[in-house]
Write a protein that binds this ligand. Structure first.
Ligand code: DGT
Ligand code: MG
Ligand code: MG
Length: 267
C-alpha cells in the first residue's frame, strides 16, 4: 500500500522496549487518594471495602494479562510482576504501563457498587503507573519485601495515630506522641492504652495482599449424545485443571512463601 507523505512522523517515536530477560514490575498508585478516601468516608486507618475493591481490580487485571505471575497490593497501590520471558507488547514500557493502569482504573469504577453499595462514587479515580525492571530473583524479592515492609510500618503508625485521635487527641498531639517512637514503643502503646494486640489485627491490614495463580481441579458435567437415535443423552463427569487467582495475606519477606511457591519464579 502506498505510504502517505506524513508517514515520516513515526520516526519521532522512541523505542521504549524494556531489557530482555528481566523481571518487569508495574506499580500503580491511586492519585490523590488522601482526598479520595476522605471524600468517600473510608474507615480509618483501613477500609475493608476499599482494600477488597483494590484486590478485585488486581485479579481482573491478572485475568486480562496472564503473563502477570504475581501481584502485591496495600493501601492505594498495586505492583504487578510479569514473567521474566514475557513478550507482551514487545516489552514496551509505555504500552504495558498504560494498559495495566487503565484496566485497573476501569475495573475500580466498574466494580465500585459491589463493595460500596449505596455509597455513590463522587468522581472518577485515577492511578499513576511506573515500570521498573529487576535483573535477579534476589532484587525482585527485595522489591516486594520493601513494599510489604512499607505496609507494616505505615499500618502500625496509622493504627496508633487513629487510636489516639479517636480517644480524643488532636491530630497534632497524636503526631507529637508518635514522633521518634520505635515499633516496640508503638506495640506497647496499642497494648497498654487501647488493649490492642497488634498481631491480632487482620493480616490483610498488616501484610497487604499477594495474588498468585493456583491450579484447581474442577469437575464438569458433559452431555454425550447417544449413538442410537431413541436413547437419552448420557452425562459424563470430567475432571479438568483450571488456573485461578488466589489472594493471600502472608509474609513474603522470609523464605517460607517462596519455598512453598517456588514455581512462581521458575522460568
Ligand atoms: P499521590 O499518590 O501522590 O497522588 O497522593 P495520595 O494522596 O494518594 O497519597 P499516598 O498514595 O502516599 O497515600 C495513600 C493515601 O490513601 C493515604 O492518605 C491514605 C489513603 N488510604 C488508602 N487506603 C486507605 C484506607 O483503607 N482507609 C483510609 N482511611 N485511607 C486510605
Ligand atoms: Mg496515592
Ligand atoms: Mg500510595
Amino acid at each position: 500500500m502506498a505510504k502517505s507523505r506524513f508517514e515520516y512522523v513515526k520516526k519521532f517515536e522512541q523505542d521504549d522496549r524494556l531489557l530482555p530477560a528481566t523481571w518487569i514490575v508495574i506499580r500503580l498508585d491511586g492519585r490523590g487518594f488522601h482526598k479520595f478516601s476522605n471524600a468517600h468516608d473510608f474507615s480509618k486507618p483501613n477500609d475493608e471495602r476499599a482494600l477488597a475493591l483494590m484486590n478485585k481490580c488486581a485479579e481482573r487485571v491478572m485475568h486480562d494479562y496472564p503473563d502477570i505471575i504475581l501481584a502485591y497490593g496495600q493501601s492505594d497501590e498495586y505492583s504487578f510482576v510479569l514473567k521474566r520471558t514475557t513478550t507482551l507488547f514487545s516489552r514496551r514500557a509505555s504500552k504495558l504501563m498504560t494498559t495495566v493502569a487503565s484496566c485497573f482504573a476501569a475495573n475500580y469504577v466498574y466494580h465500585w457498587r459491589e463493595f460500596f453499595r449505596e455509597i455513590s462514587l463522587l468522581y472518577p479515580p485515577s492511578f499513576d503507573g511506573r515500570v521498573v525492571v529487576y535483573p535477579s530473583v534476589e532484587i525482585l524479592r527485595d522489591y516486594l519485601s520493601w513494599r510489604q515492609a512499607d505496609c507494616h510500618i505505615n499500618n502500625l503508625y496509622n493504627t496508633c495515630f487513629w487510636c489516639l485521635v479517636k480517644s480524643g487527641k488532636t491530630n497534632d498531639e497524636a503526631e507529637k506522641l508518635l514522633s521518634g517512637t520505635l515499633s516496640g514503643d508503638k506495640n506497647e502503646l496499642l497494648f497498654s492504652q487501647f488493649k490492642i494486640n497488634y498481631n491480632d489485627l487482620p493480616e490483610m491490614f498488616r501484610k497487604g495482599t499477594i495474588i498468585i495463580w493456583q491450579e484447581v481441579i474442577e469437575t464438569v458435567t458433559k452431555t454425550c449424545k447417544s449413538s442410537k437415535e431413541d436413547d437419552f443423552p448420557s452425562e459424563r463427569h470430567v475432571q479438568r485443571k483450571r488456573k485461578v487467582t488466589t489472594p493471600l495475606h502472608t509474609d513474603i519477606i522470609g523464605d517460607e512463601f517462596w519455598l512453598e511457591h517456588s514455581r512462581i519464579l521458575d522460568n
